[in-house]
Design a protein around this ligand. Sequence first.
Ligand code: HGY
Ligand code: MN
Ligand code: MN
Length: 347
Amino acid sequence: MFVRRPGRHATAPPVLTGSHIDSQPFGGAYDGAYGVLAGFEVLEALDDAGVETERPVELAIWTNEEGSRFQPTTMGSAVFVGELGLPEAMAAIDAQGRVLRDELEALVAAVPDAIHRDLAFPMHAFLEAHIEQGPILEAEGKSIGLVRAIQGLRWFTLVVRGRAGHAGTTPPSARQDALVGAVNAIDALNQLAAAEGDRVRLTVGRLEVHPNSPNTIPGEVLFTVDLRHPGEDALEKLGGLIGETVRKAAAPCDVEVHETLRSPPTLLDDSLRGLVRSITEGLGLSYLEMDSGATHDAKNLALHTPTGMVFVPCRDGVSHVQEEYASVEWMLAGTRVLAGAVTELAA
Ligand code: HGY
Ligand code: MN
Ligand code: MN
């Protein structure tokens, strides 16, 4: 979704800001939503100040950044820049078997007078305000994070297949318990990650046991792997070991490995960060140059246009939980920086 504020030069590539409004199943109220509301504030502040910009300014609300219901994460912006094919995204299925295409078409039908935009339309720059989702800014007492890079991530779905059977009559020697296989595999993956030190992030966030009955030996187990690292070589190396590590540990069960996302570490635009830095200094705000542990739509937009991110602190660095929180003061500072940078870019 794009909310457009016209500029003097109607056909000039617009300056975009924005983020996402989808959340985690038990997520907080700030991840994504802050960047969208900050973008609305920028549009309204330009109106209140009667500022006419040369370029149009647009607020983008990207679809399905979280990838929690429909995989993969950052789906909408990936389709927009051509990193993910539209048919592939439309075919995504959620845990209840609902297809993304049907859900999206129902939504679009609800707004019949919406104007449809081309994918990958030209833009002058994209700037996303977001909570840090980590503890650094708060711990360092800094108001603004100037983001240099977004760490790489690879997503996998693994299916361990054994043999379902009766819990009471099947002796250990005759069992191929898919859950035992999956548990051994997850343990082996965590040992693999532990050997890489403190910079790697390996998370098994979803595990589905079939038939999921107390007195039937699990015949099939699906689990996901979210693997992240700031270094491209380490991400390649570790990602390349996922399949064999799981196959070895889950034996004699069979294993199916699907990689659903492969996203290298992404550098954001230096000159755009320089502009944001000068705006931040002009406002007398403290700041820190940093990298992002979380992924963002900005990772995809960086493949399409000069892209930057403005971070604000979040309490205790927690996110993707309902305790997620950012103070009005923190969010206001980030919004002022965003307003200054967007206005300068669109001037
Ligand atoms: O997964 C992420 O890093 C983002 O917060 N959705
Ligand atoms: Mn987010
Ligand atoms: Mn998130």
